[in-house]
Design a protein around this ligand. Structure first.
Ligand SMILES: NC(=O)c1ccc[n+]([C@@H]2O[C@H](COP(=O)([O-])OP(=O)(O)OC[C@H]3O[C@@H](n4cnc5c(N)ncnc54)[C@H](OP(=O)(O)O)[C@@H]3O)[C@@H](O)[C@H]2O)c1
Length: 305
């Protein structure tokens, strides 16, 4: 059986690490894993750990920092140089929750810069690599999947498309949860709009399905840079009330990676299809976010497949 090529971001910690461990234990021989990591040493340690679980695991580690457009473009260039016949699955899992105003290498506020702009650039640059209908991808098993990690925190915010990102002048009013929630709302809107646009050229050019999900709330190092009080007092209370079961989170993501029910353009809370906020459900908002995103990324808003 031909291996499915899967690019999985954020595999070195937290939820990504849990899902990778699961995939290697359960379905190792089904996949060729391409793991873009910002820290190669941490990636190599992960590679060793996964080899202990199953020595046949097929992993290519590659450097990629989502806070740098140049690094993302280099990753895509290096991925193309692998000359793989096509890409089957992209899991956009990497994400950050930051304690203060910071800027990406390209000068954007880092929470939205990494979680949304970096993730969107990566996705758009990789679209051409997915298996095409012309390559014979016309039945269910040949379909490709994009999974985008959002969060129920998206419900807390709306977006101002004229001022999507904070600037240095706003740094003193930076609010961790506000920017994080906005970035997760962006992830959801981007996923919906990508589905709409892929659908318009589906029958002729692509078999790509795209879905977003809230993976559940799991205690991970995502809050590593937040204050002692947040990590040691607020987070434990939050997880006591709202925490999810690890296996439910893993199953929710694996379900969308496999996507046997052929979903696209949907939002899931763990494994259950659910309705996002009214702001996130509004197609006008997904269109506006798409246009703004392409402008910030200096990309043509028309899909080039
Ligand atoms: N944990 C939750 O309860 C929860 C709830 C809802 C949604 N989510 C979403 O789930 C996803 C994973 O979260 P998590 O809790 O597993 O976070 P985490 O434990 O902090 O792991 C984040 C992963 O992303 C990578 N990453 C961070 N910044 C990066 C960058 N600039 N370039 C490349 N990779 C980068 C990290 O790499 P390093 O190993 O180098 O740090 C790590 O592998 C996120 O999108 C998050 O928003 C999480």
């Amino acid at each position: 059986m031909e291996k499915k090529v899967i690019i999985f971001t954020g595999s070195t910690d937290g939820i990504g690490l849990l899902v990778m461990n699961h995939l290697v234990k359960e379905n190792c021989e089904q996949y060729k894993f391409i793991l873009p990591v910002r820290n190669l040493e941490k990636g190599e340690a992960l590679h060793k750990e996964l080899k202990v679980i199953n020595e046949k695991v097929d992993i290519t580690l590659m450097e990629m920092d989502l806070s740098s457009f140049e690094s993302i473009r280099n990753f895509v260039k290096n991925f193309n140089q692998l000359n793989l016949p096509h890409l089957d699955i992209l899991v956009n899992n990497a994400g950050v929750m930051l304690p203060s105003f910071q800027k990406t290498k390209d000068g954007f506020e880092s929470t939205i810069g990494i979680n949304h702009l970096g993730t969107s650039l990566l996705t758009l640059l990789l679209l051409k690599n997915f298996k095409k209908v012309s390559d014979g991808a016309n039945n269910c098993e040949d379909q490709c999947n994009i999974v985008i990690l959002s969060s129920e925190f998206h419900q807390r915010e709306q977006l101002n498309f004229d001022k999507l990102l904070l600037t240095e002048n706003d740094s003193s009013s930076f609010d961790t949860l506000r920017e994080y929630s906005k970035s997760k709302l962006c992830n959801l809107l981007f996923s919906n709009e990508l589905h709409n646009r892929l659908n318009l050229c589906k029958t002729t050019k692509n078999n790509i399905r795209v879905n977003s999900l809230h993976p559940g709330y799991l205690k991970t190092p995502i809050n590593r840079d937040l204050s002692w009080f947040t990590r040691n007092i607020i987070a434990p209370i939050f997880f006591f009330g709202y925490g999810s079961k690890t296996e439910d989170t893993i199953n929710g993501i694996v379900n969308l990676i496999e996507n046997n029910s052929n979903h696209s353009g949907k939002y899931f809370s763990i494994s259950k299809e659910t309705s996002p906020s009214s702001f996130a459900s509004n197609p006008e908002n997904s269109k506006l976010l798409w246009e703004k995103t392409c402008e910030l990324l200096s990309l043509n808003p028309e899909l080039d497949l």
